[in-house]
Design a protein around this ligand. Structure first.
Ligand code: JFZ
Length: 314
């Protein structure tokens, strides 16, 4: 077992953040609401690739407050923050040298917020992890589930081009430019051949041996198991280390219509149910496009954190 599983199993509670261009859309495209999960709007509304990319001009998160976010996670009793560095949309929320579809190059905003978050985490003693969609990339011609028309002569083996020119260098950037990274959270490997998962494991271990990898890297790899979304087991899973990922409401990313907020009591109950069976609980918040958090999410986290502190060490 990986030595970092010691902190992982001790800490038990983390913040997940889904944030990207889809947060600015908030569930709406061309005046129409697409109900479902906010970060899947490109897929649900069948937004053409070029239009989606151009939309980055509307992303201007001037209300993002890295220090405030880290302090909120702390007040909630959380020990780690895991944020979407690149979701299926393909947009890098960090300053990447290998793509132009990044927060620093494609938007009016030019700060690297992942760097600001990394610095704030260091200052506050919070661990930082990155979500990275390694297989699906909807705006990359050779990426998994590309939403445009594939280039002429395309074959499935061309996935290798995307993987070598974007995935490997971007994951390397994330593990090189942002200080110590507690974990990389991969997702939806689908039918990606196992060799790609193996290459990512080698890359991560070579750059940051202490960094954990979740099971959604695919190919049977990973240091701990991420259960299905929002799945709280009723019997203790027969694995060494596992987590449940859950949300404060229903969607992962911010969507205007999703007002089904979990109460502080519901959050505490779900946390206890997971922790009592030996797991770790990662609870998601979805900032708005401007970077601010919905006030109901702030309130549930603050109030549930008060309960946690009153009943034990946090
Ligand atoms: C994935 C993403 O597609 C989604 O947008 C979000 O980021 C979520 C955390 O992860 O969706 C999944 C992946 C795996 C399962 C369910 C939804 N699963 O194993 O049940």
């Amino acid at each position: 077992t990986h030595p970092s599983l010691k902190w992982f199993t001790e800490d038990k509670y983390a913040m997940f953040i889904h944030w990207g261009l889809y947060s600015q859309m908030a569930g709406v495209w061309n005046g129409k609401t697409y109900y479902g999960i906010g970060e899947w709007i490109m897929h649900m509304a069948e937004i053409p690739v070029q239009e989606y990319k151009d939309y980055a001009k509307n992303f201007n998160p001037d209300q993002f407050d890295a220090v405030g976010l880290v302090k909120l996670a702390k007040a909630a009793g959380m020990k780690t923050i895991v944020i979407t560095a690149k979701h299926h949309e393909g947009f890098a929320m960090f300053d990447s040298q290998v793509s132009d579809f990044t927060i620093t190059k494609a938007t009016p905003y030019d700060r690297d917020l992942m760097k600001e978050l990394a610095d704030a985490c260091q200052a506050e003693g919070m661990r930082l992890g990155f979500y990275y969609s390694q297989n699906q990339d909807w705006t990359e011609p050779y990426g998994g589930n590309y939403k445009g028309e594939r280039p002429k002569g395309y074959t499935p083996d061309d996935f290798n081009i995307y993987f070598e020119q974007k995935v490997m260098p971007q994951v390397a950037e994330l593990l090189t430019n942002y200080g110590p990274i507690a974990l990389i959270w991969f997702d939806t490997p689908g039918n990606m051949p196992k060799e790609y998962s193996a290459r990512l494991v080698d890359l991560v271990q070579g750059l940051q041996p202490d960094c954990l990898i979740n099971s959604r890297i695919g190919g049977g790899y990973g240091d701990y198991v991420s259960l299905g979304d929002m799945q709280i087991p009723i019997v203790r899973p027969k694995v060494d280390a596992w987590e449940t990922v859950d949300t404060t409401n229903d969607s992962w990313s911010y969507a205007w219509y999703d007002q089904n907020w979990k109460s502080p009591k519901a959050i505490c109950e779900r946390l206890v149910r997971v922790v009592a069976r030996g797991g770790s609980y990662m609870l998601n918040v979805g900032p708005k496009g401007d970077g601010s958090l919905p006030e109901q999410a702030v309130e549930s986290l603050t109030k549930s954190g008060e309960w946690i502190r009153a009943h034990g060490e946090a």
